[in-house]
Ligand binder design. Structure first.
Ligand code: ASP
Length: 381
């Protein structure tokens, strides 16, 4: 979409009644102040250079989503992934005080179209950037629909102590009270916080910080949609001030064994949703499509009908890795409760929901298809 930055900011200004945003945009257009040249024998840093040195260098990798979405001002419908990364940065007054920012457009899609190909590209780029001593952290702008899956994928594949923070928005940039600018501001503040180091990939939305492994989208439209049902938030952020809670005890980031450097694709893993009157049709379809792994979004504690159980038991015998997760929003899937995992060669997902189980199983299958080893990974990561 060819819409100028000023257009976005004006739209935001109208939508939010924020004349400060318009004033900010105008200030951005003014020519930089003239500096008097220093005498050659005493080369001194300008104040701006000195400040730039003290601030962390944060790279913003944009992938699209509602945060870059546009529709009629104040209207209902919109299209994800319309604005570019520079537009998003320029729409946030004061963000330049938090960090030295630069942006890269990795994709510009609604996250419902997120794919293994974009994941691999994103993870490789993040690893490259964070290996550079001049880069202190990464913020990824992303749609909220599959944010929890991308966050967990990056958590397992970006092998660095430096922070990776995902931000998005529930309302498009053109909506009344768009939440994208505030979320981007808070996301940069979190990525710039020394306490973010070693915490792996985080999601920052609505003043809350969530660990990638725990976070789940729970509401279709509400701003308060992200939740960490089993373990709670990783911290909170208010107007750029960050408060950290307990770090997580699971392997990730710098401690991960998964390396995507030489991977061009990921093994196929399908999710099958359990329900009353379930037969084996969807399981047979996944196997026919070439699935190397199947995750069951089970009822209750990862249960499923006898017909599904028999089909999956056969698949496991044939070398397909079967993970039992749950369609419920919280709780653990326990080994050998109602299903005899030891006997059938199944894996229990523990705290991981079906989407995250799929991510871990895809990466696990790049190493092994031994269900015992995969179960160990589900305990550790
Ligand atoms: N469908 C959008 C996406 O995931 C929703 C959002 O970003 O909130 O890209």
């Amino acid at each position: 979409m060819r819409k100028s930055t000023l257009g976005l900011i004006a739209a935001l200004g109208i939508a939010t009644g924020g004349s400060a945003l318009i004033a900010y945009a105008q200030a951005q257009d003014e020519p930089p102040a003239q500096t008097v040249p220093e005498p050659p024998k005493a080369p001194k840093q300008t104040q701006r250079q000195a400040q730039a040195k003290q601030k962390p260098n944060i790279k913003i990798l944009a992938t699209g989503g509602t945060i870059a979405g546009a529709g009629a001002a104040g209207g209902y419908g919109y299209t994800s992934g319309q604005f570019k990364v520079e537009d998003l940065i320029n729409a946030v007054p004061g963000i330049e005080k938090l960090a030295n920012l630069s942006g890269e457009q990795v994709a510009n899609i609604g996250s419902q179209d997120m794919s293994d190909e974009v994941w691999l590209r994103l993870a490789k780029r993040a690893n490259e950037l964070l290996a550079d001593p001049k880069v202190d952290g990464i913020v990824v702008t992303h749609g909220t629909d599959t944010m929890e899956e991308t966050a967990y994928f990056l958590d397992l594949t970006v092998r660095s102590r430096k922070p990776v923070v995902l931000v998005g928005s529930m309302r498009p940039a053109t909506a009344v009270s768009a939440d994208g600018p505030a979320n981007l501001y808070e996301g940069v503040a979190v990525a710039a916080s020394p306490g973010a180091r070693g915490r792996g990939t985080l999601v920052v939305m609505n003043d809350e910080i969530h660990a990638a492994r725990n976070v789940v989208k729970t509401n279709t439209t509400n701003l308060e949609t992200f939740n960490s049902p089993n373990r709670g938030e990783a911290g909170q952020v208010h107007a750029g001030t960050v408060t950290w809670f307990e770090p997580m005890d699971k392997r990730h980031a710098q401690d991960s064994e998964f390396n995507v450097k030489n991977l061009d694709e990921l093994p196929r893993v399908d999710i099958v949703y359990a329900h009353a009157n379930m037969d084996a049709t969807m399981i047979d379809a996944a196997l026919a499509a070439g699935a190397k792994g199947i995750v069951v979004a089970g009822v209750g504690d990862g249960n499923m009908s006898k017909a599904a159980l028999d089909a999956l038991a056969k698949a496991a015998k044939d070398g397909v890795v079967v993970v039992r997760s749950t369609r419920l929003p919280a709780g653990m899937v326990m080994r050998n409760a109602e299903v005899k995992d030891d006997e059938l060669g199944f894996v229990a997902s523990g705290e991981l929901n079906p989407g995250k189980s799929r991510v871990l199983l895809q990466l696990a299958l790049t190493k092994t298809n031994d269900p015992k080893r995969v179960q160990q990974m589900f305990r550790e990561y």
